[in-house]
Design a protein around this ligand. Structure first.
Ligand code: CTP
Ligand code: MN
Ligand code: MN
Length: 510
């Protein structure tokens, strides 16, 4: 039997007290001087707490009996972040930004490893650091804003890092949202996407329905699913979707570059269920994009790593600067938001000194160069329809008007990480999806904001029009009240025009 479970499963069976043995535990050597642990008794019980304290001390951890300012780590079991915060508030303890609130799983793993393991999202009940140190107001820092601060319905007023404490719920919602998208039910799809988005911004894990109180974007339909997952560990609806033939087929078909909902629908109705049947069917016609999608399928479905993205970045910079030496090349999309993998690599290109003609010529020149070098596997160049005086689009998900290209490039393994991992035999390269966007220099802040994503941008536009009477898109910001365009040199200035706190790119993973 697992010794860690022992005290838990039989708290009532008291061992006979050894007569004469001292009740005090023998002194232990403290191996990890920087950590002072406090184990919360609430919902754990005295016996298990004493047992865990003793065990942790034997492993070299300093565990204090009493709560004090010296505590650095509070370890709790069966408590949510908000439970612990509430409890701390009652104890009148000023939660400092150094304090970590952790689940017992962290201590158990640490004891198993014989040293403190790295604290990750699955261990951290609440990340105090972010919200406390962020507040310039010392009074606010003393209170517990994480638990009580009202959560905005707009993603652009929330900080959403990749540290997701509610994976079990958000994964489920994303499956449902995707399924509704496949069935072209936009309203329901959006409902579940918004719910996933808001849960991703929470600094704690939801463990009871009480935790969902006051959180926006969680309607009854959503709450039912949360409740089911809390109670049964899974949702029957999600399970049904994952086993649904239509869902599985659409998921498979849309994984091919160039295949969208319409094509998937057609293939599904024709009775296709596998890609190999589709590829070998002589009666089907494929677009050039789909042909490339099938040709490089294996490479394209295996995600792009950060190392590969950096290597593509070098390739793009080299090519761009060969024609426009003063050009700025910025990696945007998921990688700018700190993601470790992506389905493609996105770049925004802009140059302060170039004429309109230079600008227009750059992407064709770059593409031509790669073609001559044999690196261009697929290219779709979209010409600019940008007009300087046009008002921003009112549609929240309108595409932009900049010149851009959707590419598949050949990336040689030896260009990745200095060739460290280059394979010796067989294929020496990987096909990578690359998006390039060229924008006029004075529009770069708007383009950068738009191309950094995620769908965060949509909510920013929604916020601009509903709350500020302004229209925002990838090109400009227009104030409808003053009837003027608001200029911006940086993303910070755009947030300031909208009266919003600045949200860093890595906090936009909504
Ligand atoms: N985008 C856009 N117009 C397009 C295509 C994309 O404005 N025609 C924007 C999207 O809104 C998104 C960003 O470009 O914010 C990046 O898109 P994409 O590469 O599809 O998504 P990522 O967030 O980068 O995710 P991934 O890591 O899967 O690539
Ligand atoms: Mn991308
Ligand atoms: Mn992209």
């Amino acid at each position: 039997m697992d010794p860690l479970q022992m005290a838990h499963s039989s708290p009532r069976k008291k061992r006979p007290r050894q007569m004469g043995a001292p009740m005090l535990s023998p002194p232990h050597n403290i191996k990890f001087q920087d950590l002072v642990l406090y184990i919360l008794e609430k919902k754990m019980g005295t016996t298990r707490r004493a047992f865990l304290m003793e065990l942790a001390r034997r492993k070299g951890f300093r565990v204090d009996n009493e709560l004090s300012d010296s505590i650095t780590h509070i370890v709790a079991e069966n408590n949510s972040g908000s439970d612990v915060l509430e409890w701390l508030q009652v104890q009148n303890i000023k939660a400092s930004s150094q304090l970590e609130l952790l689940d017992i799983s962290w201590l158990i793993e640490s004891m198993g490893a014989g040293k403190p393991v790295e604290m990750t999202g699955k261990h951290q009940l609440v990340s105090m650091r972010r919200d406390y140190t962020a507040s310039p107001n010392p009074e606010l820092q003393k209170t517990l804003p994480v638990a009580v601060k009202k959560i905005s319905q707009y993603a652009c007023q929330r900080r959403t890092t990749l540290n997701n404490y509610n994976n079990v719920f958000t994964d489920a919602f994303e499956v449902l949202a995707e399924n509704y998208e496949f069935r072209e039910n936009e309203v329901f799809s959006l409902t579940f996407m918004r719910a996933a988005s808001v849960l991703k911004s929470l600094p704690f894990t939801i463990i009871s329905m009480k935790d969902t109180e006051g959180i926006p974007c969680l309607g009854d339909q959503v709450k039912c699913i949360i409740e089911e997952i809390i109670e049964d560990g899974e949702s029957s609806e999600v399970k049904a979707v994952l086993n649904d033939e239509r869902y599985q087929s659409f998921k498979l078909f849309t994984s091919v570059f160039g295949v969208g909902l319409k094509t998937s629908e057609k293939w599904f109705r024709m009775g296709f269920r596998t890609l190999s049947k589709i590829k070998s069917d002589k009666s089907l016609k494929f677009t050039p994009m789909q042909k490339a999608g099938f040709l490089y399928y294996e490479d394209l479905v295996s995600c792009v790593t950060r190392a590969e993205a950096e290597a593509v970045g070098v390739l793009v910079k080299e090519a761009v600067r060969a024609f426009l030496p003063d050009a700025f090349v910025t990696m945007t999309g998921g990688f700018r938001r700190g993601k470790k993998i992506g389905h493609d690599v996105d770049f925004l290109i802009t140059s302060p000194g170039s004429t309109d003609e230079d600008e227009e010529q750059l992407l064709p020149k770059v593409i031509n160069l790669w073609e001559r070098k044999g690196l261009l596997l697929y290219c779709d160049l979209v010409e600019s329809t940008f007009e300087k005086l046009k008002l921003p689009s009112r549609k929240v998900d309108a595409l932009d008007h900049f010149q851009k290209c959707f590419l598949i490039l050949k990336l040689h393994h030896q260009r990745v990480d200095g060739g460290k991992y280059s394979q010796q035999e067989g294929k020496t390269w990987k096909a990578i999806r690359v998006d390039l966007v060229m924008c006029p220099y004075e529009r770069r802040a708007f383009a950068l904001l738009g191309w950094t994503g995620s769908r965060f941008e949509r909510d920013l536009r929604r916020y601009a029009s509903h709350e500020r009477k302004m229209i925002l898109d990838n090109h400009a910001l227009y104030d409808k009240t003053k009837k003027i365009f608001l200029k911006a040199e940086s993303e910070e200035e755009i947030f300031a025009h909208l009266g919003l706190d600045y949200i860093e790119p890595w906090e936009r993973n909504a």
